[in-house]
Design a protein around this ligand. Structure first.
Ligand SMILES: Cc1cc2nc3c(=O)[nH]c(=O)nc-3n(C[C@H](O)[C@H](O)[C@H](O)COP(=O)(O)OP(=O)(O)OC[C@H]3O[C@@H](n4cnc5c(N)ncnc54)[C@H](O)[C@@H]3O)c2cc1C
Length: 117
Protein backbone atom coordinates (compact mmCIF):
# COMPACT_ATOMS: atom_id res chain seq x y z
CA UNK A 1 0.00 0.00 0.00
CA UNK A 2 2.89 2.36 0.76
CA UNK A 3 4.35 1.62 -2.68
CA UNK A 4 0.86 2.15 -4.16
CA UNK A 5 0.68 5.66 -2.69
CA UNK A 6 4.09 6.45 -4.19
CA UNK A 7 3.10 5.06 -7.61
CA UNK A 8 -0.12 7.10 -7.54
CA UNK A 9 1.90 10.22 -6.77
CA UNK A 10 4.32 9.52 -9.63
CA UNK A 11 1.49 8.82 -12.06
CA UNK A 12 -0.49 11.92 -11.20
CA UNK A 13 2.53 14.12 -11.82
CA UNK A 14 3.73 12.43 -15.01
CA UNK A 15 3.06 12.89 -18.72
CA UNK A 16 -0.48 13.67 -19.78
CA UNK A 17 -1.88 13.43 -16.26
CA UNK A 18 0.21 16.31 -14.94
CA UNK A 19 -2.03 18.77 -16.79
CA UNK A 20 -4.96 17.57 -14.67
CA UNK A 21 -3.02 17.57 -11.40
CA UNK A 22 -3.64 20.65 -9.28
CA UNK A 23 -2.83 19.48 -5.74
CA UNK A 24 -2.71 16.30 -3.72
CA UNK A 25 -5.68 15.89 -1.40
CA UNK A 26 -4.71 12.62 0.34
CA UNK A 27 -2.40 11.68 2.05
CA UNK A 28 -1.38 15.30 1.50
CA UNK A 29 1.93 17.12 1.05
CA UNK A 30 3.08 16.72 4.66
CA UNK A 31 2.99 12.89 4.58
CA UNK A 32 6.35 12.14 2.95
CA UNK A 33 8.46 9.25 4.31
CA UNK A 34 7.49 5.55 4.27
CA UNK A 35 6.69 5.42 7.99
CA UNK A 36 4.34 8.39 7.72
CA UNK A 37 2.67 6.93 4.62
CA UNK A 38 2.27 3.57 6.41
CA UNK A 39 0.61 5.29 9.38
CA UNK A 40 -1.76 7.10 7.01
CA UNK A 41 -2.57 3.85 5.17
CA UNK A 42 -3.30 1.95 8.40
CA UNK A 43 -5.71 4.66 9.51
CA UNK A 44 -7.46 5.15 6.15
CA UNK A 45 -7.41 1.89 4.12
CA UNK A 46 -10.82 0.23 3.88
CA UNK A 47 -12.25 -2.87 2.19
CA UNK A 48 -15.45 -1.14 0.97
CA UNK A 49 -17.12 -4.33 2.31
CA UNK A 50 -16.39 -6.39 -0.80
CA UNK A 51 -14.98 -9.43 0.95
CA UNK A 52 -14.60 -12.58 -1.16
CA UNK A 53 -12.74 -15.87 -1.35
CA UNK A 54 -12.58 -16.78 2.35
CA UNK A 55 -13.47 -20.43 1.53
CA UNK A 56 -12.78 -20.51 -2.19
CA UNK A 57 -13.72 -23.29 -4.57
CA UNK A 58 -11.12 -25.06 -6.69
CA UNK A 59 -9.46 -28.37 -7.55
CA UNK A 60 -6.33 -27.97 -5.44
CA UNK A 61 -5.76 -29.28 -1.91
CA UNK A 62 -6.15 -25.86 -0.28
CA UNK A 63 -9.58 -25.13 -1.80
CA UNK A 64 -12.31 -25.35 0.85
CA UNK A 65 -15.08 -26.04 -1.68
CA UNK A 66 -15.31 -28.05 -4.89
CA UNK A 67 -16.60 -26.62 -8.18
CA UNK A 68 -20.18 -27.65 -7.29
CA UNK A 69 -20.04 -25.48 -4.14
CA UNK A 70 -19.73 -28.53 -1.86
CA UNK A 71 -17.72 -28.06 1.32
CA UNK A 72 -14.90 -30.62 1.18
CA UNK A 73 -15.02 -33.19 3.98
CA UNK A 74 -18.59 -32.37 5.08
CA UNK A 75 -21.41 -34.26 3.37
CA UNK A 76 -24.49 -32.28 2.32
CA UNK A 77 -23.14 -28.77 2.93
CA UNK A 78 -22.75 -26.23 0.15
CA UNK A 79 -21.45 -22.68 0.41
CA UNK A 80 -23.38 -20.19 -1.75
CA UNK A 81 -22.02 -16.69 -1.30
CA UNK A 82 -19.06 -14.52 -2.27
CA UNK A 83 -16.75 -16.56 -0.05
CA UNK A 84 -16.43 -19.31 -2.73
CA UNK A 85 -15.16 -16.92 -5.42
CA UNK A 86 -11.61 -18.16 -6.20
CA UNK A 87 -10.14 -14.82 -7.29
CA UNK A 88 -11.66 -11.55 -6.16
CA UNK A 89 -12.89 -9.72 -9.27
CA UNK A 90 -12.15 -6.04 -9.82
CA UNK A 91 -15.80 -5.18 -9.27
CA UNK A 92 -18.42 -4.85 -6.57
CA UNK A 93 -19.54 -8.22 -5.27
CA UNK A 94 -23.34 -8.07 -5.16
CA UNK A 95 -23.98 -9.34 -8.73
CA UNK A 96 -21.34 -12.13 -8.55
CA UNK A 97 -22.85 -13.18 -5.17
CA UNK A 98 -26.32 -13.45 -6.73
CA UNK A 99 -24.85 -15.47 -9.61
CA UNK A 100 -23.36 -17.95 -7.14
CA UNK A 101 -26.76 -18.14 -5.37
CA UNK A 102 -28.59 -18.87 -8.64
CA UNK A 103 -26.03 -21.53 -9.54
CA UNK A 104 -26.48 -23.09 -6.09
CA UNK A 105 -30.26 -23.24 -6.67
CA UNK A 106 -29.66 -25.01 -10.01
CA UNK A 107 -27.33 -27.52 -8.34
CA UNK A 108 -29.80 -28.22 -5.53
CA UNK A 109 -32.53 -28.85 -8.12
CA UNK A 110 -30.17 -31.22 -9.93
CA UNK A 111 -30.17 -29.10 -13.06
CA UNK A 112 -27.17 -29.19 -15.41
CA UNK A 113 -24.87 -26.22 -15.79
CA UNK A 114 -25.68 -23.44 -18.28
CA UNK A 115 -23.40 -24.81 -21.00
CA UNK A 116 -25.32 -28.11 -21.16
CA UNK A 117 -28.84 -26.59 -21.24
C1 LIG B 1 -22.61 -0.64 2.75
C2 LIG B 1 -22.37 -1.62 1.61
C3 LIG B 1 -22.54 -1.21 0.30
C4 LIG B 1 -22.35 -2.07 -0.75
N1 LIG B 1 -22.57 -1.65 -2.02
C5 LIG B 1 -22.47 -2.50 -3.04
C6 LIG B 1 -22.81 -2.09 -4.37
O1 LIG B 1 -23.22 -0.95 -4.62
N2 LIG B 1 -22.65 -2.98 -5.37
C7 LIG B 1 -22.20 -4.26 -5.15
O2 LIG B 1 -22.11 -5.03 -6.10
N3 LIG B 1 -21.86 -4.68 -3.91
C8 LIG B 1 -22.00 -3.82 -2.86
N4 LIG B 1 -21.69 -4.23 -1.59
C9 LIG B 1 -21.09 -5.57 -1.40
C10 LIG B 1 -22.09 -6.67 -1.44
O3 LIG B 1 -23.24 -6.33 -0.71
C11 LIG B 1 -21.41 -7.88 -0.80
O4 LIG B 1 -20.13 -8.09 -1.35
C12 LIG B 1 -22.22 -9.13 -1.02
O5 LIG B 1 -23.50 -8.96 -0.46
C13 LIG B 1 -21.53 -10.29 -0.37
O6 LIG B 1 -22.39 -11.41 -0.50
P1 LIG B 1 -22.23 -12.62 0.45
O7 LIG B 1 -23.40 -13.49 0.15
O8 LIG B 1 -20.87 -13.19 0.33
O9 LIG B 1 -22.29 -12.05 1.95
P2 LIG B 1 -23.54 -11.44 2.74
O10 LIG B 1 -24.45 -10.67 1.84
O11 LIG B 1 -22.90 -10.77 3.92
O12 LIG B 1 -24.35 -12.72 3.18
C14 LIG B 1 -23.89 -13.59 4.18
C15 LIG B 1 -25.11 -14.22 4.80
O13 LIG B 1 -24.70 -15.25 5.69
C16 LIG B 1 -25.44 -15.12 6.88
N5 LIG B 1 -24.67 -15.75 7.94
C17 LIG B 1 -23.56 -15.26 8.55
N6 LIG B 1 -23.11 -16.14 9.48
C18 LIG B 1 -23.96 -17.19 9.41
C19 LIG B 1 -24.03 -18.43 10.12
N7 LIG B 1 -23.13 -18.76 11.06
N8 LIG B 1 -25.01 -19.28 9.82
C20 LIG B 1 -25.92 -18.98 8.85
N9 LIG B 1 -25.91 -17.83 8.15
C21 LIG B 1 -24.93 -16.95 8.43
C22 LIG B 1 -25.69 -13.65 7.07
O14 LIG B 1 -26.79 -13.41 7.89
C23 LIG B 1 -25.94 -13.21 5.62
O15 LIG B 1 -27.31 -13.32 5.26
C24 LIG B 1 -21.91 -3.40 -0.50
C25 LIG B 1 -21.73 -3.81 0.82
C26 LIG B 1 -21.97 -2.95 1.86
C27 LIG B 1 -21.80 -3.43 3.28
Amino acid sequence: MVEGVKVARRLSRSGGLSAWHSRELMPGPFIRDDAAIARWVSKNAITTYHFAGTCRMGDDALAACDSRLGLRGVTGVRVADASVVPTTPASAMSAPSMLVGWRAADLLRGEPGPRRR
